[in-house]
Structures are given as C-alpha cells and as structure tokens.
Design a protein around this ligand. Structure first.
Ligand SMILES: Nc1nc2c(c(=O)[nH]1)N[C@H]1C(S)=C(S)[C@@H](COP(=O)(O)OP(=O)(O)OC[C@H]3O[C@@H](n4cnc5c(=O)[nH]c(N)nc54)[C@H](O)[C@@H]3O)O[C@H]1N2
Ligand SMILES: Nc1nc2c(c(=O)[nH]1)N[C@H]1C(S)=C(S)[C@@H](COP(=O)(O)OP(=O)(O)OC[C@H]3O[C@@H](n4cnc5c(=O)[nH]c(N)nc54)[C@H](O)[C@@H]3O)O[C@H]1N2
Ligand SMILES: [Mo]
Length: 751
C-alpha cells in the first residue's frame, strides 16, 4: 500500500463514497457518482480516522485493576493503564469466566444497543452477540431507540411486525407521485434524515421526489414544530410538541360529525370504531374531542383542523408519521391514532392513500425495491431468554430484582454484574445522562470496544481499540437498497486497533471457545462463506451475481431490483376481501379498539387511542419554571455521535447550535450566536443560540450527537441534549425512549 495513490469505493450508513489514499493513508473522500444527492457526512473521515481521540491500545482503568472494590465510583474520573494485547485479553477472559462462574450468564448485559458501522461481517452487534452466545448467553435488549413504541403498538393494530411494515407494506415514492393528492406529514419528512439508513442508502432520492410532487401539484402539509422538517413548499401547521394525538382526535371528531367517515370501510375492515366514537363525542368521559378542544391543546386553530379534515376526506390522502412522534411519553398513541384516521377515511389499501410511517426517517423507506436474501453473520442461540426493552438500561442497572410492566407482561429486572458494549454509545443515546452515570456505577465490570474515546469508553473499565471500516475488508448490503459493495481494506489498522472479530477470537481462545466462535474460519474465510450463501440465495431469486473475487475487482454492483415495477399497494388484498385475506390481529381486522390492550388494564390506555396530557409539555404546570419545549432531533451533519472527534474540531461546531424563535430569544435578551445555558431539574448543557422563525415559539431544538463532557458544576460543555431529557418509558405498552418529552429554560452566558 505504499507510494501510490488510489481511489476505491466503500459504503456506510450514509451511503457510498470514494476514499482517496496516498502512501497507505486516507487523504480525502469524493462522491459516488451514481448517487444523485450524495451526503456530506463522509468528508470528516480523513480527520476522524487519525484523530487524537482514537483508542490507541488496550486500556484498563486503574481503580478497577488496583482498587479493592474496583473503585466503581471513579468511573469517568479515573485514569487508564495501557496494556499489551495478550495481557489485557488474559485479564478480560479471566473476568468473564469469574462472573459467569459466580453469577451465571444472566448477570451479563450484552444488549449493547447502537448503530456501529455498515458492513455485514464486521457488524459489531452481531459480533458481540455471537461471542456472548457461545459463552453461555446474556441479557439482551428488545427493539430500538428509533421505533420501540411503534414496534409494540403496530402489531396490536395491524397484526404485522412494524419493521416488516416499514420495509414491505408502504406506498412507494412512484405510487405516491402517481396517486396521492394530499400528503399530510406529522413530524414532516426530512431529507436530512433520509441521508442515512441501516447499512446504507446509495441513491439519495427524497429531495428529488419532493420536487416531483411539487411539479405534479401534490398538496403537502407539514405538521411539525419546525418548518425545516420537510423540503420547501409545504404548508406549515406548527403543532405544539407532544400534542399530535389531540389534533388527530380533533380531525376525527370533525370527520365523524361532518359525515365524512367511510362507513363501509369501517364496517368491513375495522373493529371497535364505536368505542372510539363514544370517546370522540365525549359519551365515555364527558369531554367532546371537538376541533376547538384540540386547538386549545395543540395550538392549531379549529378552522384549520376542520379544513384539514375536509381535505383529507375529499382527496386521496396519505398520512405519514415521523418516528420522532413515538419517541415521547405515550408515543404509542399518535401512531395508533394516525392509523385510525386513515382507517375511518377509508383510504387504507388504496394506491397513494392510507398511512405510512418513517418516510424520511431513514433513506430506503418509500424506495421501490424487490427484497432479496440477507447477508448476516449468524449469531447463534442465546441460552438466556431474559431481556429488557432497550431504553430501560438505567432502570435495569439501578433496580435489580424489581418488577416492571411491558406490553401485558410482568417482568423483573436482572441483577447485572458485567456490561459488555460493542458498537454503541449510551452516553450519547440514552436519556437523563446524570441518571445513567449513577447506573454505570453499579456493575462490577464494564467492557467496551471502540475506535474512539467516547463518553462511554471513558466510563468503562476495559476498553479495547476497534478498527474502523476502512481498516478491514467487508461486504456492504442494506435493505431498501439495490447495491452490493465490496468494502476494501484501505489502510492498515491505526495504532494497535483490532477488528471486533479478532478481539472476540482472542477472548474465545482463552475461554476454550475458539472453535465454537470462529467455526475454524478467518475473517476472510467468513466473507467468502457468507457471500457464497448470499449468492446462492440471490441466484435462486433469478439474479446472477459474480463470485467473490470478481465482486472484489468490480467494487460494487447495482442489482436489478429497483424501479416503479416493484412498488406495491399495502393492504390492497385485505381491503378487497378482509375475510379471505385477514390481518393477523385477534379480529383479523384493523383494531381501532384492542381487547388485548384493554385487558392489560393500563390506565394510560383504555383499549383505543386516547389523549393523555404528558408530564412535560407546554400546557403542564412545570412550564411555569421551564417554559420551553425541547425537541432533540437527529443531527443533519453527521450520524449520531459518530466521528464527533473531527466534527467537534470544526470552528463554531461546539457547543451545539440550539434553534430558538426570535420571540423567545427576545424575552431572554439572547442574540444570534450567543453562548447559552439550557437547563432543567435534571441537568444543564451549554449551547449556541441560532435564532430563527423556522421554529414555533415556545419550542427549542437541540440536535443529538455531541459527546458528553460535564464541567465541575455538572454542566455539559458540548451541548448534548440527553443531559436534559427524561428517562421514562413511553408507556407500559412499549417502554421506549421518551426523549422528546422535555421542558427546559435557557439563559444567556457571558463569554
Ligand atoms: N435526545 C435524543 N436521544 C436520542 C435520540 C433522539 O431523537 N433524541 N435518538 C435515539 C436513536 S433513534 C438512536 S438510533 C440512538 C443512536 O445512538 P448510538 O447508535 O449509540 O449512536 P452512534 O453514535 O451511532 O454509536 C455507535 C458507536 O459505535 C462506534 N463504532 C462504529 N463502528 C464500530 C465498530 O466497527 N466496532 C465498534 N466496537 N464500535 C464501532 C462509534 O464510534 C460510536 O461510538 O440515539 C438515541 N438517542
Ligand atoms: N443525518 C442524520 N440522519 C439520521 C440520523 C442521524 O443521526 N443523522 N439518525 C437516523 C436514525 S437512527 C433515526 S431513528 C431516524 C429518526 O427519524 P425521526 O424520528 O423522524 O427524526 P428526528 O430528527 O428525531 O425528528 C424529526 C422531527 O420531528 C419533529 N418533532 C419532534 N417532536 C414532535 C412532536 O411531538 N410532534 C411533531 N409533529 N413533530 C415533532 C422535530 O421538529 C424533528 O425535527 O433518523 C435517521 N436519520
Ligand atoms: Mo434510531
């Protein structure tokens, strides 16, 4: 790899790009030309890969090595001792064996949530799960921070797995372009988010489709606290965060009382509308959910709500809901209520009509592709069946043995002694990070694999330096994408970094489990093996693929699986004949009332969608003290906290910009560019004010992505919103993250 310049294509969660190397070093990146709208995220790679914050060598916390009780309270404040690989692996294998012998595998948390990197074999989560499975198992985690509440509620309503619905049962962009007249977008459809997708999105087409919608005169309505949540040209209804369910109920009331519902569809295809109708009309609780009632809550006037109801009933309407709406207290409700609206409008099963979730949340949703076989490292079986809903990590560590409810089950938190994290950054992604700091003091041992010294790595006991995708060979392939990539090893590992696979192989060898873990294969042999399997499956689907050597030579292939001919109309068969093609719900129908959920006896949900005032919103008593609603969306310039090292170095990038309306800035004497403190009862962080009328008064927006860095007074210097957010399950149904249910106050800081 010396003395020459090369340009090879690789892929990532934000799509494909060229990597330029010279003398074995990455010196730049360039766009992948077939991508019509390439993401800029790759540009930070050369700086990030060689950044001073790379973990250079295996590192073990001094207090853990030397302290009698392992000085657990020093996590995050201790120093690390660098050790040679052999010694660090010996110590770690011995510790894993000790914990397993003394407390059993049910005391190991390996849920290890996170996005890690693209690439099918070196997928960090698959690697850690496979390793822990052959070691006797681990407490796992269910669902994701992205869609936990949706994953719980949607099967009750439609009888389908939410992720299956996301990828297979949605209207595709070409169908929308051809048929939809009104696109009603709760939470918007944001091309900045569709830059990325799990495993990659090669054609960034969302912007292009919106230009097409504009040309065709499709009416677009953005119901969101931020106008920028959709491409320009949409009407904007600046809803108060957390109140969409109330607005939807107001629309439903207008449909019901205006004779605008589709009785035939309701009778044939749904169950339980009468129960909801009683609630809408106030017969069950004495409060009619009129547009006037809704307006008081959601901040959109009753006339607009009535007009919207009229438009939705008289035009082919697709209601879309961003995932963000369910990342909130009772986040199950807007997803259920939006489905209910689409059902009573009678548009489910019509091309370009009905309901869709997560358009724009990630690229790939809405793309018309034919699904072909997957390419994944087999993880094996987990002998431990215990799990937590993913966002309950702090509860788990703080409450061993304590009971909790989840989707009709009564469960108990395990007693965790060892935490293994590989491919995620909980001190970026979890809510109420001060609480997570306490939770992270509980386990006896925390092991992390990371390329960089993230806030999580700094709070671990044992940190192994992991390679980045550019330092190893892999294969790239994602759902919702037509491309297949060979991802070449572009440079040697930086410092002493090793692949996760190699690290786990070293541990497995010491634990007498090498054969089980590797099955006798090197990384290269695994790639050949997995590719050959994928090739056979794909050929069975009628698509010819070259052998691995040839894929290596070609670098990438565009499979003939993308195009309008692959678009399907979701629920069309069901709509035609719900008896012959029933849904997998208990009734076989769309459940507007769910006897199952009713049977849970949760007072937050009576068996049909309903409005409950959240603990924190602009109408809460707490708003007297913390009068601004904080939304914390995904960052537009990066993926979560990845490559934060290089981003944080960019002039003006940190602390993070917080968007604030001129009215709210004015009353606080805050000017554009001022350094501010954002705070509430849970904590505080610094940020820099960005004043804009693109955000609704009363709402501020601080994207995620900064690495936590608390100063002596506990204020985070970088601008991580999760020091402010509340660590509370969405409800007992989904127990997802409620990141968006957060009130704050802001003051100007003197620089
Ligand atoms: N307030 C608020 N909080 C949120 C959200 C929100 O909307 N608001 N959104 C939530 C959502 S939806 C998500 S998905 C999460 C995202 O949270 P995470 O998925 O935890 O965020 P990432 O920064 O992608 O973390 C991946 C980590 O893996 C490391 N990594 C990359 N490649 C490798 C590898 O090959 N091996 C190893 N060992 N490590 C690797 C990266 O350096 C990085 O530190 O955040 C959640 N948090
Ligand atoms: N560039 C980039 N793209 C990403 C990611 C990234 O890190 N960077 N992460 C990816 C991941 S893991 C995920 S899960 C998806 C997330 O996709 P989403 O969940 O859809 O995205 P968010 O950015 O969290 O939120 C979108 C918008 O929702 C609005 N919003 C917040 N609360 C409410 C509310 O109560 N009502 C209404 N109507 N609107 C509200 C906010 O204005 C916010 O800008 O994004 C993916 N895309
Ligand atoms: Mo996510």
């Amino acid at each position: 790899m010396t003395n020459k310049s090369e340009s090879r294509v690789t892929t990532s969660h934000w799509g494909a790009f060229q990597v330029l190397t010279r003398d074995g070093r990455i010196v730049g990146t360039a766009d992948f030309t077939p991508d019509p709208h390439a993401s800029r995220i790759a540009e930070t790679i050369p700086a990030a890969v060689y950044h001073r914050t790379r973990v250079a060598r295996p590192s073990i916390r001094r207090g853990w090595l030397e302290g009698g009780d392992r000085a657990r309270n020093l996590r995050g404040h201790d120093e690390f001792v660098e050790l040679p690989w052999d010694e660090a692996l010996d110590i770690t294998a011995t510790e894993l064996q000790r914990v397993i012998a003394e407390h059993g595998n049910g005391s190991i948390f390996g849920g290890s949530y996170g996005w890690a990197s693209a690439g099918r074999f070196h997928h960090a989560l698959s690697q850690v799960h496979r390793f822990l499975n052959v070691s006797g198992g681990y407490v796992s985690s269910f669902a994701s921070y992205s869609t936990a509440a949706a994953q719980a509620i949607i099967p009750h309503v439609f009888g389908i797995n939410f992720l299956k619905m996301t990828w297979g049962w949605q209207n595709a962009w070409p169908t929308i372009a051809d048929n939809t007249q009104t696109l009603v977008m709760f939470g918007g459809i944001n091309p900045k988010n569709s830059q990325v997708s799990m495993g990659g999105v090669t054609h960034h087409e969302t912007d292009g489709w919106f230009r097409e919608f504009d040309k065709r005169g499709i009416r677009r309505i953005n119901i969101s606290p931020q106008i920028t949540d959709t491409p320009p040209g949409a009407e904007w209804l600046a809803v108060i965060p957390g109140t969409d369910t109330a607005m939807m109920l107001g629309i439903a009331h207008a449909l019901e009382t205006g004779n605008l519902i589709d009785r035939d569809f309701i009778d044939r295809c749904t169950t339980g509308y009468d129960r909801l109708r009683n609630y809408l009309l106030g017969e069950s609780d004495g409060v009619a959910k009129t547009p006037e009632w809704a307006a008081e809550i959601c901040g959109i006037d009753a006339t607009s709500i009535r007009e919207l109801a009229q438009t939705m009933a008289t035009t082919r309407t697709l209601i879309t809901v961003a995932w963000s709406l369910q990342r909130a207290q009772n986040g199950e409700q807007p997803f259920w209520m939006a489905a209910t609206l689409a059902a009573i409008l009678g548009q489910i099963g019509l091309p370009g009509g009905g309901i869709g979730y997560g358009y724009g949340a990630i690229g790939g949703v809405g793309v018309a592709v034919k699904r072909v076989g997957g390419l994944t490292l087999p993880q094996g079986e987990n002998p431990v069946t215990d799990f937590i809903p993913v966002a309950r990590i702090a509860d788990l560590l703080l409450n061993p043995g304590q009971p909790y409810d989840f989707n009709g089950q009564q469960r108990k938190y395990a007693d965790i002694r060892l935490v293994y994290w590989c491919g995620g950054n909980p001190f970026h992604h979890h809510q109420d990070l001060n609480r997570l700091e306490q939770a992270f003091q509980q386990p006896e041992t925390i092991i992390v694999h990371e390329p960089w010294w993230t806030a999580t790595a700094k709070r671990a006991d044992i940190v192994f330096p992991a390679t980045t995708p550019y330092e190893r060979e892999d294969i790239g392939r994602a759902q919702g994408d037509s491309y297949l990539f060979h991802m070449p090893r572009l440079i040697d590992p930086v410092d002493e970094a090793r692949d996760d696979y190699e690290i786990f192989t070293g541990l497995a060898r010491r634990m007498g489990l090498e054969q089980e873990f590797t099955e006798g294969r090197s990384a290269g042999e695994w790639l050949n093996h997995l590719y050959e399997q994928f090739r056979q499956e794909t050929m069975a689907d009628g698509i010819d693929l070259p052998d691995f050597e040839e894929l290596r030579r070609r670098n990438w292939i565009d499979l003939p699986v993308r195009g309008a001919e692959f678009a399907q109309t979701p629920f069309a068969e069901f709509r035609k004949d719900p008896v012959a093609s029933p849904l997998s719900t208990p009734s076989g129908l769309i459940e507007i009332f769910s006897a199952t959920i009713d049977g849970f006896g949760y007072d937050e949900c009576p068996g049909h969608p309903c409005w409950h005032t959240p603990d924190e919103w602009l109408g809460a008593g707490l708003a007297a003290e913390y009068p601004l609603h904080l939304v914390s969306p995904q960052p537009g310039d990066k993926l979560h906290s990845q490559m934060e090292s290089a981003i944080a170095d960019l002039p003006g990038a940190r602390p993070t910009l917080i968007e604030i309306n001129p009215q709210d800035a004015g009353t606080r004497d805050i000017h554009d560019g001022d350094l501010v403190k954002v705070f509430n009862q849970r904590g505080g962080c610094r940020a820099r004010a960005h004043i804009s009328t693109d955000i609704r008064p009363g709402v501020v927006s601080l994207p995620t992505g900064a690495w936590l860095e608390p100063g002596i007074d506990g204020t985070d210097a970088q601008g991580n919103p999760n020091i402010l957010t509340r660590d509370l399950g969405t409800s007992r149904i989904g127990q997802g993250s409620s990141a968006h249910t957060t009130l704050v106050e802001i003051t100007r800081l003197i620089e």
